[in-house]
Write a protein that binds this ligand. Structure first.
Ligand SMILES: *[C@@H]1O[C@H](CO)[C@@H](O)[C@H](O)[C@H]1NC(C)=O
Ligand SMILES: *[C@@H]1O[C@H](CO)[C@@H](O)[C@H](O)[C@H]1NC(C)=O
Ligand SMILES: *[C@@H]1O[C@H](CO)[C@@H](O)[C@H](O)[C@H]1NC(C)=O
Length: 378
């Protein structure tokens, strides 16, 4: 094969790789309408809906046959304090940064076709109900939902770097705004890591669902995105499980300058390094009518032992001496903090963009490798 022919072929292969696998899906996750869980397809982004990060790793049709500790259900529910799910990894000892596209639903109640949380996962919960959204924040033992000890975590949401969501194809439903029939929630966001979480669902036709559930401030964390007594470090709330009415928060990123002008904060690009300061201090919205319950009364479906046959992320060393490994995982934590700096990090758009580019490059490299092999044997 001549050099000219080869380079023409290489050029064609590159063009082919770029045109055949788009970076973004044809339809963003927030543009799909599946009004009720039974309207969901087997997969929102199946093998027939290709883009660089796709296809989806789990499925959206979840039922009694998918309700087990290996479930790959990616249809989630946030109904109330007794009945909600968190997105968390499929395999133990994972970081959120490494698995954001593949998280699955872990729920407090049976009946959703998902994994069920283990007893001891939830250590304190505050539900804040406003007319426009519900926000649940709390303290968790993140290792019980497969998150590596010490992982600073990251953000999961219905946007994602490529509009496919994190997890890819993750659907959210709730009875919060349609009490008799769980309806699809278009804008939602979850932060999880450092043994804390926040999950927020915004009313589709409420005031500013994109704003209250916005997902471009992923590197500044829970305090700014989900201000509450847990996330602002307001003391010891472990052991308290409560539901309150709340005013709407100020839309994350919006703040008032000393002169009284309202302005908004945008996350700097990750290329500028770690964020040292944010020009304002978040405050929790006023809440009232808090009702406190004992967790034992709220959560009766939690599993007491892991019935999971899920292999650990590392594959080997099944739980060898968890306690002895504590130092090791402390060291790993700093490593993973920087990695999650990038995924939880940056404006999810920028972060994921580079991931998509990397994948694109490797596909092109594979195409080139194949061509060189062809040339070699020709
Ligand atoms: C149950 O869920 C599985 C996995 O998504 C799906 O293949 C199957 O069709 C579902 N069964 C029913 C009766 O919906
Ligand atoms: C979790 O993974 C980290 C990094 O791969 C490793 O150092 C640590 O030993 C693992 N911990 C457990 C409990 O498997
Ligand atoms: C996020 O990244 C994208 C692409 O790099 C950029 O266009 C956008 O301005 C960034 N947004 C923020 C809030 O930094």
């Amino acid at each position: 094969m001549s050099r000219v022919a080869l380079s023409a072929l290489v050029f064609a292969a590159v063009a082919y790789a770029q045109s055949s696998v788009p970076t973004f899906p044809a339809t963003p996750l927030i543009s799909f309408s599946f009004p009720h869980p039974t309207d969901a397809p087997e997969q929102v982004y199946g093998p027939d809906r290709t883009f660089v990060r796709g296809p989806q790793s789990g499925y959206n049709r979840c039922n009694s046959t998918t309700e087990n500790q290996n479930s790959l259900c990616q249809t989630s529910f946030v109904n109330d304090i007794t009945d909600f799910c968190l997105w968390a990894p499929q395999t133990s000892n994972s970081t959120i940064a490494d698995t954001e596209g593949e998280e699955v639903a872990w729920c407090t109640k049976k009946g959703h076709g998902t994994r069920i949380m283990l007893d001891g996962t939830l250590q304190g919960i505050q539900v804040l109900n406003t007319p426009d959204y519900t926000m649940i924040t709390g303290l968790i033992d993140q290792t019980k939902v497969n998150i590596q000890s010490g992982d600073a975590g990251g953000e999961l949401d219905s946007g994602g770097q490529d509009t496919a969501g994190n997890p890819i194809g993750g659907l959210m439903y709730s009875t919060r705004f349609s009490p008799n029939n769980a309806g699809q929630i278009i804008h939602w966001t979850e932060f999880i890591g450092n043994n804390q979480f926040c999950i927020k669902i915004c009313k589709n036709d409420g005031t500013n669902p994109e704003g209250f559930c916005q997902h471009t401030l992923d590197r500044i964390g829970l305090g700014f995105n989900c201000p509450s007594k847990y996330t602002l470090g307001g003391g010891t709330s472990a052991g308290t499980f409560e539901v309150c009415d709340s005013d709407n928060m100020i839309v994350p990123g919006i703040y008032t300058l000393p002169g009284g002008t309202t302005t908004s904060y945008a996350q700097p690009p990750e290329s500028l390094g770690p964020i040292q300061t944010v020009p304002y201090t978040p405050v929790a919205a006023a809440s009232s009518n808090c009702v406190t319950s004992a967790s034992s009364a709220l959560y009766t479906d939690l599993l007491t032992v892991s019935t999971s046959a899920t292999p650990s992320a590392s594959g080997s060393a099944t739980g060898s001496a968890g306690t002895t490994k504590a130092t090791g995982s402390g060291a790993a934590a700093s490593g993973s903090a920087s990695r999650s700096g990038s995924a939880s990090g940056a404006n999810s758009t920028g972060a994921s963009q580079s991931g998509a580019d990397a994948l694109h490059m490797s596909m092109v490299a594979t195409a080139l490798g194949t061509l060189f092999a062809v040339a070699f044997f020709a």
